[in-house]
Design a protein around this ligand. Structure first.
Ligand SMILES: NC(=O)c1ccc[n+]([C@@H]2O[C@H](COP(=O)([O-])OP(=O)(O)OC[C@H]3O[C@@H](n4cnc5c(N)ncnc54)[C@H](O)[C@@H]3O)[C@@H](O)[C@H]2O)c1
Length: 357
């Protein structure tokens, strides 16, 4: 059986999961990793025994044996230059969200991938969440009938919000709601978003990070379906590194309500108090099991490359999600409804609204 030689750039939280998934996969031949944090590089070397481990991500790009690269480095400003270099070197790419910082960068990456006939996908992992996949199936098989409205309310812990906010000043729309916008647009294909209204609310993150705690976004689709996404980043430590999510998908024939609040397992201990485990968005290994979406997402990408199958998340879908969250940031900045697609002038204004210094 043919195996794929894979590189992973940035082996922190997500890249670490992806690298272990690759090391565990019979579909992967050589595995090469790049990581700038020396302690983490040593830890990963001991954990997965890769064929090479380097602090220079360019070594992965220059390695002619590496056919596909997973890019999981932060800050997010690294996504575009790293993906560009890999794609230009003829390597297939799985890139963590966001696809880029600007729409122009996203367009350039998509053009290079298409010109070189390469698989290029973005890590919208929640498409591999079993509960959310069930909603997609319930729409596709007609159970819900014609969609009427979608509501996704997601809150993550303030420790995770601080980790994100300390590395890049992107909004909750860009860094969190992005998953849920992608999910809603995926379920509602081929409908297109035509209008966005958003408001942000400040709380505990304002003084420390200069960023909002919460962003509420309302998106209208071209047939009138209304999507509401709420993204909060200030939960206390009970939900350590975790997400608490509630979804309502309403149609003319039925509805699906999903409780992804992870209250079904509660662990108590004298030293750590009450915990709700298995509640991170990427998921985690539990012994030999993987609980969550990221391992399957990683394997899906490997299979897409090896067997020339379509990727789950087309980069043009990620580009559309980006346009929607930039419109949301512009709406919140102007306190106005923003129509889609964005004009050239609005793209400039939205970029300024999205990326805070
Ligand atoms: N799909 C999901 O559910 C999900 C969840 C969390 C984060 N993410 C996305 O994944 C990405 C990674 O997030 P994370 O939480 O794993 O971040 P992280 O900070 O834990 O890991 C990033 C790693 O990149 C390394 N790095 C930085 N610069 C590098 C360079 N030049 N070369 C090689 N390595 C470098 C860092 O040392 C770090 O170990 C982010 O862009 C984030 O948006 C996705």
């Amino acid at each position: 059986m043919r195996q794929l030689n894979v590189g992973v750039i940035g082996t922190g939280w997500c890249g670490g999961i992806r690298a272990v998934a690759c090391a565990n996969s019979a579909l992967v031949g050589e595995l090469h990793i790049a990581e700038t944090n020396p302690e983490r590089l040593s830890e990963m070397r001991a954990l997965i025994n890769p064929n090479s481990a380097t602090a220079q991500w360019e070594d992965i790009v220059a390695n002619p044996l590496v056919e596909a690269v997973m890019i999981s480095a932060t800050p997010e400003t690294l996504h575009y230059p790293m993906a560009k270099a890999c794609l230009e070197a003829g390597q297939h790419v799985l890139l963590e969200k966001p696809i880029a910082i600007s729409l122009a960068e996203a367009d350039e990456l998509i053009a290079i991938a298409e010109a070189n006939n390469l698989k290029f996908t973005i890590g919208y992992s929640q498409r591999f969440n079993n509960k959310q996949s069930l909603i997609k199936r319930s729409v596709a098989d007609g159970s819900v009938g014609d969609p009427v409205s979608v509501l996704v309310s997601r809150h993550i812990s303030r420790s995770l919000g601080a980790k994100i906010g300390n590395r890049i000043k992107l909004s909750p729309a860009a860094m969190e709601a992005t998953h849920d916008i992608d999910f809603a647009l995926w379920c509602l294909e081929p409908r297109q978003p035509v209008r966005v209204y958003s408001q942000v609310a400040f709380g505990v993150r304002e003084e420390a990070l200069g960023l909002p705690d919460t962003q509420m976004i309302m998106i209208t689709m071209d047939d009138g379906v209304v999507v509401t996404v709420g993204a909060g980043m200030n939960l206390p430590p009970g939900y350590k590194n975790a997400a608490n999510t509630w979804i309502e998908f309403i149609g003319t024939n039925g509805s699906v309500f999903v409780d992804d609040s992870h209250k079904d397992i509660m662990v108590q201990s004298m030293d750590r108090g009450v915990e709700f485990p298995l509640s991170t968005m990427p998921g985690e290994y539990v012994g030999a099991m993987y609980a969550g979406p990221m391992e399957r997402e990683t394997t899906h990408f490997i299979e897409a490359v090896l067997f020339d199958r379509p990727v789950m998340v087309e980069p043009r879908a990620a580009r559309l999600v980006m346009e929607v969250y930039m419109a949301a940031d512009l709406s919140a900045e102007l306190n106005q409804v923003v129509e889609l697609p964005l004009s050239e002038d609005q793209i400039g204004l939205a970029l300024a609204a999205s990326v805070k210094s």
